[in-house]
Design a protein around this ligand. Structure first.
Ligand SMILES: NC(=O)c1ccc[n+]([C@@H]2O[C@H](COP(=O)([O-])OP(=O)(O)OC[C@H]3O[C@@H](n4cnc5c(N)ncnc54)[C@H](OP(=O)(O)O)[C@@H]3O)[C@@H](O)[C@H]2O)c1
Length: 406
């Protein structure tokens, strides 16, 4: 066999440690599939004193220059997380002629347009299967298998923590705060869960999907985003009675010079395959003009599925495979999505129906229980919805509003 493929790891935490272990455990299989051994040349960490089981101490470094720019290292695997110093190091690796494999959705959401352009200009691969959907091969599908399609929409459940919380709220009939506390105790939610429960993690992933599917990179802070913190067990119960599941959906469609995009809890018909994606699982639907609707499903996080995606990228890059997408990408505006149907929860009152009629809404369903009233309504004029919502909010009776997925 010829010279080994030498990887440089930026980060050796949950995912970096998983990559290390899988490289050891699957070394024969990977060597056979690449045609050369795959080895780690150096791994960047912040704290040399932290335990890294099985990793020889001389492989560890706190100096990024021992990974980025070292001519022995052909592929840099970025698993640091966060924007900085990941951005500077990934950019420098590409400028130094190194291919990059990254799991970092925040980095790509904020700097994807620039980094993919740089990789393209230099004839290098910037591979990112692990950045969205953990082990689900959604990025390869968009970048390669579906490349002959004009993609008209990408939407999905891309955050396992919130999907687990929503599933538990339905199954146990408990409110958000109680389920979150339990999820934290079990290790399914971070001690600081803000990024997940406020929808920010899903928003980063939406930006990556948009950049790859449409060559259109919205800035994360421009994408409307609502998390799951204000949902109650009653909302999920009422939605079920109307024939829907509530899911934190990230949805993006291309427009001329912009994207219509948003992350928000959404009513999904119980007949939709997305409605039965439960627990920590993720699913992404891609709609293409040739292929029609496709659905990709699997484990959206965790060391083993994420490592599966990272090493899949490593093998492809080491074999000289190159992704046809993205072509030139640009930063674009994001505009909010409009819906025609909405779920509303109101504080109970005798004139609730009159209030909704006066707001120009057609009532399609009504349920009342436990001191709350829920309505399923159709807005005659979807573009007037923001004004309608403001008017209802001004009454002080509107407790929850959720769109219904088409
Ligand atoms: N966890 C998941 O299930 C999952 C799934 C998909 C994608 N991802 C993505 O994978 C990436 C890594 O996540 P993770 O969960 O493995 O994070 P993590 O456990 O916090 O590990 C981060 C690693 O990077 C090192 N590091 C961080 N900042 C550094 C700096 N400034 N200089 C040197 N080393 C630094 C840390 O070193 P020290 O330990 O010495 O501080 C640690 O080894 C993130 O982009 C994340 O979004 C994670």
């Amino acid at each position: 066999m010829s010279e080994p493929v030498v990887l440089g790891l930026l980060g050796l935490g949950t995912i970096g440690g998983g990559v290390w272990q899988a490289l050891a455990g699957q070394s024969d299989l990977l060597a056979e599939r690449v045609g050369r051994a795959v080895v780690v040349g150096k791994a960047l960490v912040r704290d040399l004193a932290k335990p890294h089981p099985g990793v020889p101490p001389d492989l560890l470094t706190t100096d990024p220059r021992e990974v980025v720019g070292d001519p022995r290292i052909g592929i840099v695997v970025e698993v640091l997380g966060g924007e900085h110093p990941a951005y500077e190091l990934v950019k420098q690796a590409l400028l130094s002629g190194q291919h990059v494999v990254t799991a970092n959705k925040e980095l790509l959401a904020k700097h994807g347009a620039e980094l993919f352009a740089l990789a393209r200009e230099r004839g290098l691969e910037l591979a990112c299967e692990a950045s969205v959907g953990g082990g689900i091969p959604i990025i390869a599908a968009i970048r390669k298998s579906l490349v002959a399609n004009r993609v008209s929409r990408v939407r999905g459940i891309v955050n396992g923590t919130t999907n687990y919380i929503l599933t538990e709220m339905v199954e146990k009939g408990r409110d958000f705060a109680a389920v979150l506390a339990e999820a934290q105790a079990l290790g399914y939610a971070e001690p600081d869960p803000t990024n997940d429960v406020e929808g920010f993690d899903a928003r980063y992933k939406l930006c990556v999907l948009s950049g790859l599917a449409f060559a259109a990179w919205p800035q994360p802070e421009d994408v409307p985003c609502q998390g799951i913190t204000r949902l109650t067990a009653a909302d999920l119960r009422f939605a079920g009675q109307f024939g829907y599941a509530v899911k934190l959906l990230a949805t993006v469609r291309p427009l001329a010079g912009a994207v219509e995009a948003g992350v928000e809890p959404t009513l999904v018909p119980l007949t939709s395959p997305l409605a039965v994606v439960n627990g920590v699982f993720n699913a992404v639907q891609v709609q293409g003009d040739l292929v029609g609707d496709t659905l990709f499903y699997g484990r959206g996080a965790g060391p083993a599925p994420t490592t599966s995606a990272i090493l899949g990228d490593v093998v492809a890059v080491a074999r000289g495979e190159r992704s046809p997408l993205p072509l030139a990408g640009t930063v674009v505006r994001a505009v909010p999505a409009t819906a025609t149907h909405y779920y509303l929860r109101l504080a109970p009152a005798e004139d609730a129906r009159g209030l909704l009629h006066d707001a120009g809404l057609e009532i399609l369903g009504h349920r009342a229980a436990g001191g709350a009233e829920a309505f399923l309504v159709r807005a005659a004029e979807p573009t007037a919805w923001p004004a309608t919502q403001r008017r209802l909010s001004a009454t002080g009776r509107l407790a929850a509003t959720l769109p219904v997925a088409p």
